[in-house]
Design a protein around this ligand. Structure first.
Ligand code: SAJ
Length: 406
């Protein structure tokens, strides 16, 4: 049997490569001609440890091919983006486009799995859209399930195989069929439920983390006001057997935790108060950091030099999506035109587009930044920054948003 994987991004490509590497005939589909060509050449269009080897094997064995057309297949996995709109509701247009492509290829009896993180009801919506396009088919002619991905970028190849999987079927038979498909490579436990619960479970996991980080971020603002070291505070509190507080930082970034809780808020706006407040708390953190930087700049006299260490959304990656650090850099460049801003990000080679337009920002080597800065702002806890001896910080005013130089 043949599996079609729709969307060859961070999730779809590893899934397709691993499926094919386990002997399943797999056809990947992506709207980007460039991605498709790269995949057919066994090349990975983004950074993910371990993916290249598996992809090369899958392509050279002939088990994996890619195309810009939706293939005819026995089962489909949809792994397309679900961004959010300006009003914080989910944009289902990529899922709808995938559904339309699949609908045109069905002959009845196929399994269709939605993996994209989705608001409650999206799987039903996808099924309804497919059936609306194919009046010759009835609900009993297709099997539809939601199986959210939960892999951590940077560890995708491991977690894809070892993580437990929640599978929510529109019918129990659809959930069973999806379980059979994932059994080809997944060694984790399979947890079968209905589609809405599966959708909500994924959103709940990321909201749990967001709420916990918001708690830490609020504690850091309170502690700063009270003259208390928040990292010591959290470390002490976490010695309690039933307390486990996460770490404060300059805000929450990435394409998951900063997005998914909004889908819950959008689905139940009157009820989701804590979840909304957590999102707002985390989104407000970059502004608070900016305030501290502006204070430090004022104190250091005319035309000060400020070094921003880290632009990525978290440690040891090159991903800038929804990055609070990048946001801080951009806002600072706008608001402090007299300051010289040295951005240090060892994982990228050129200044990212949002910063290019500012004449007062330069991408700088760490050594040079340390030498020149009047104000040093630590934004990302990359290993290269963590391993700096304190003596290297010199006489600069230090704002350490991650607590690595305490
Ligand atoms: N962060 C903090 N303090 C912390 C932990 C994280 O400020 O204590 C910040 C990070 O710096 C980053 C953001 O939160 O800006 C998110 O980073 P992350 O490492 O918590 O999560 P992601 O976005 O890389 O991946 C998450 C994971 N979800 C959970 O751990 C519940 C991953 O398993 C999901 O598959 C992924 O979202 C996803 O795709 O939904």
């Amino acid at each position: 049997s043949t599996v079609g994987v729709i969307g060859l991004g961070y999730i779809g490509l590893p899934t397709a490569a691993i499926l094919a590497d386990h002997g399943v005939t797999t056809i990947g589909m992506d709207v980007s001609e460039r991605n498709v060509t790269a995949v057919n050449n066994g090349e990975v269009p983004f950074v993910e440890p371990g993916l290249r080897e598996v992809l090369e094997r899958a392509v050279s064995s002939g088990a994996l091919t890619a195309s810009t057309q939706t293939p005819v297949a026995d089962a489909y996995i949809v792994a397309v983006p679900t961004p959010f709109t300006d009003t914080h509701s989910a944009d289902l247009s990529y899922i709808e486009a995938a559904a339309d492509g699949i609908a045109a290829k069905l002959s009845g009896g196929e399994l269709i799995i939605l993996e994209s993180t989705s608001p409650p009801g999206a799987t039903e919506h996808m099924a309804a859209r497919i059936l609306a396009a194919r009046p010759d088919l009835g609900p009993a002619d297709i099997m539809v399930a939601h199986c959210p991905e939960r892999v951590l970028p940077g560890k995708i190849m491991e977690e894809m195989i070892s993580n437990d999987r929640i599978i929510g079927g529109l019918t129990p038979a659809a959930a069973e069929a999806a379980k059979d498909l994932y059994s080809a490579f997944c060694k984790g436990e399979f947890l079968l439920t209905d589609a809405r619960t599966a959708e909500m479970a994924k959103l709940t996991e990321n909201s749990f983390r967001d709420v916990n980080i918001a708690f830490a971020n609020e504690l850091s603002v309170i502690s700063h006001k009270l003259g208390i070291d928040v990292w010591e505070l959290i470390e002490l509190a976490n010695h309690h057997p039933r307390v486990n507080i996460l770490q404060p930082g300059p805000g929450v970034g990435g394409h998951c935790i900063a997005v998914d809780p909004w889908f819950i808020v959008d689905a139940a706006p009157e009820q989701a108060n804590l979840i909304r407040t957590a999102r707002e708390t985390n989104d407000a953190k970059p502004e608070w950091v900016l305030g501290r930087i502006e204070q430090a700049l004022e104190a250091s006299g005319e035309a000060p030099t400020v070094a921003l260490l880290g632009l990525a959304f978290k440690a040891n990656i090159d991903d800038l999506r929804e990055s609070p650090s990048l946001h801080i850099a951009e806002k600072l460049a706008q608001r402090a035109p007299d300051a010289k801003i040295l951005a240090v990000e060892p994982h990228i080679q050129k200044l990212p587009a949002p910063l290019e337009q500012f004449g007062n920002v330069a991408l700088t080597e760490l050594d040079e930044a340390l030498e020149r800065a009047d104000v040093l702002v630590l934004l990302v806890d990359h290993d290269v920054f963590k391993s700096l001896p304190k003596s290297r910080l010199g006489s600069a005013a230090v704002i350490d948003t991650r607590g690595i130089w305490r």
